[in-house]
Design a protein around this ligand. Structure first.
Ligand code: SF4
Length: 163
C-alpha cells in the first residue's frame, strides 16, 4: 500500500526505547503551537512510498528494537500504516505510534481502528507549548500520555504506562 511520508530516520534513540526506525508521515491537521515539525503539515507535500519498500529498509537494519510512526499525523493513513505495522511485528519488533488525537477519540472512529489495533503503544495528545518539558521520556509536553494499547482496548479506557 502507498503512504505519504516526510522522512525516514534509521537510527533514532529519541522516539521510544532502544534503537528505532522512525517513519515521519506527511500531513497533519492539528496545528499545535510550537510544533517541532511544521514541514509535515501539508497534505500533499513529502513523497509517496510503498509500505513494502519501507518494510525492506526495516528488515535490512538488524540492530533495530522497534519502529515508530511519527509525523505529521499517522492516523490520517491508518490502513496503510497498519499494514506496515503488521509486517514490522512479524519481524519481532514493537510499534509505537505518535498521534495528536486522544485514545478516547481513536477508539470511537472506525477509520482509525486499524492503526490503533496494530500499535503496541501510542503516545497521544497534541503538543501543548505551555506544558512543554524536557524531563519527559519520549514526550514533548506533560499532557501527552504513553498508552498501552492492548490493555486499554481490553478495559475500554486509556491505560498509561512507561517505556
Ligand atoms: S500533532 Fe505533531 S506534527 Fe501535528 S501539529 Fe501537533 S506537534 Fe506538529
Amino acid at each position: 500500500m502507498k503512504i505519504r511520508i516526510a522522512d525516514i530516520i534509521n537510527d533514532s534513540i529519541v522516539d521510544g526505547p532502544g534503537l528505532r526506525l522512525t517513519v515521519f508521515v506527511q500531513g497533519c491537521p492539528h496545528k499545535c503551537r510550537g510544533c517541532h515539525n511544521p514541514g509535515t503539515h501539508s497534505l500533499d507535500g513529502g513523497k509517496i512510498m510503498d509500505t513494502d519498500e519501507i518494510a525492506e529498509i526495516i528488515k535490512k537494519n538488524i540492530l533495530l528494537d522497534g519502529v515508530t510512526f511519527s509525523g505529521g499525523e499517522p492516523f490520517l493513513q491508518s490502513e496503510a500504516l497498519a499494514k506496515l505495522a503488521q509486517d514490522v511485528k512479524k519481524m519481532g519488533l514493537n510499534v509505537i505510534t505518535y498521534t495528536g488525537f486522544l485514545f478516547e477519540d481513536l477508539i470511537k472512529d472506525k477509520s482509525k481502528m486499524p492503526l490503533l489495533l496494530a500499535s503496541d503503544y501510542i503516545i497521544d495528545g497534541r503538543f501543548e507549548q505551555d506544558k512543554k518539558s524536557l524531563e519527559l521520556n519520549f514526550r514533548g509536553s506533560s499532557n501527552q500520555r504513553i498508552i498501552d494499547v492492548k490493555k486499554s482496548i481490553a478495559e475500554n479506557k486509556a491505560i498509561q504506562t512507561e517505556l
